[in-house]
Ligand binder design. Structure first.
Ligand SMILES: O=C(O)CCC(=O)C(=O)O
Length: 350
């Protein structure tokens, strides 16, 4: 089925461009330009710091005293994991049991231990996250937390992105705040939202793939599991949910450890040997438009205070023909018949 690979290329040739860079804008677009050149083409863009120059947050949030003063009587949700990767795939036994078997243990989709704590304690947990602390904390509650848990910070930035609100014809459905450290990482996934992602302090590093590359993500159903953190012992327990519930999730880790690189490349050749993902570093003050249904993986570099802080605005997407095409494409089973290194292999069973 060569046509699927032609599709990956054609989308790049006709719309996205073949460079791995995301289109940059020096100033915020007019609503019509944003709608015409980006939203309707389902094409990302990165808007310079002019987009947030008027936000007090870009100066104030570098000062912890300002944050802890404003949120002195607020409690917020932190997500704890033993590895910094919330909502990610981990071995079901979490590597704790040694096995004589040479085959790798099965994976599950692990959700973080979520805990609501006073803001100052949350900040302390995020800052203390390290291999020594045995936990990694990431404030990333994605349920409109900026407007619920972080209300006192509302005056520091816009409650919406005006040109996006006008282009998309509605106010944001959710506004989320993300406070992470060097260790916080979000695994490849997609969302059914138009996402305006503003970095306020530090930097975020996105890897982006268009929805047409869905087969390159090797989406599979994984059993849902939940971490719980036992404060007294400082240990995590990982339990598969009962009754078993399956979560479809992307199998690819784009940054395997050197010892796993070869085996990961062999398992996921369409990702590692296909067209490069779009790479986009979003610096403090910049806004990334991340179109609906694009696959994204996110890492971060904190500023000199040790934190990366971002606010993102999720706007409802249109469930239109694009969505229907995507579902149709995803329903087609596809295994490559060559290894992308130019050598033809045996066709695999579909
Ligand atoms: O910042 C992150 O860690 C992830 C952001 C994300 O996945 C999103 O905004 O949809």
């Amino acid at each position: 089925m060569k046509q699927i690979e032609s599709l990956w290329q054609e989308v790049r040739d006709l719309s996205l461009g073949n460079a791995s860079a995301v289109h940059r804008l020096d100033s915020p677009p007019a609503p019509l330009e944003f709608l015409r050149d980006f939203v309707s083409l389902n094409k990302p863009c990165l808007i310079s710091r002019a987009a947030t120059a008027h936000w007090p947050a870009t100066a104030l949030w570098r000062d912890r005293a300002h944050l802890t003063r404003a949120l002195a009587s607020s409690s917020v949700t932190v997500h704890l994991t033993p590895n910094g990767r919330a909502d990610s795939l981990v071995p079901i036994d979490d590597g704790s049991s040694s096995s004589a078997s040479s085959s790798p243990p099965p994976l599950c989709f692990a959700s973080a231990h979520a805990q609501r704590v006073p803001f100052a304690e949350a900040l302390d947990m995020i800052s203390r996250s390290s291999r020594e602390s045995n936990f990694f904390a990431y404030a990333q509650q994605q349920n409109d937390c900026f407007r619920s848990e972080y209300g006192p910070l509302a005056r520091d930035c816009d409650g919406q992105v005006p040109w996006a609100t006008e282009a998309l014809g509605s106010l944001p459905e959710a506004v989320n705040l993300w406070i992470g450290s060097h260790f916080s990482e979000t695994s490849f996934h997609k969302d059914h939202y138009e996402n305006l992602y503003a970095v306020v302090t530090g930097e975020k590093h996105f890897l982006l793939l268009p929805p047409t590359d869905v087969h390159r993500m090797y989406i599979k159903d994984y059993p849902a599991a939940q971490y719980s953190y036992i404060k007294e012992t400082g240990e995590f327990k990982l339990e598969v949910e009962e009754p078993i519930k399956y979560v479809p999730w992307c199998s690819v880790n784009p940054y395997p450890s050197p010892e796993n690189l070869e085996s990961e490349m062999a398992k996921f050749p369409m990702y590692f040997n296909g067209p490069k993902p779009f790479e986009c570093t979003v610096k403090a003050g910049e806004i990334l438009y991340l179109p609906s249904m694009w696959f994204h993986h996110v890492k971060q570099t904190p500023d000199d205070t040790g934190l990366t802080i971002a606010v993102n605005y999720w706007y409802d997407m249109q469930f239109d023909m694009k969505y229907a095409y995507f579902n149709f494409l995803q329903s087609i089973e596809y295994q490559p018949i060559h290894d992308y290194m130019g050598t033809e292999g045996e066709p695999e069973d579909l």
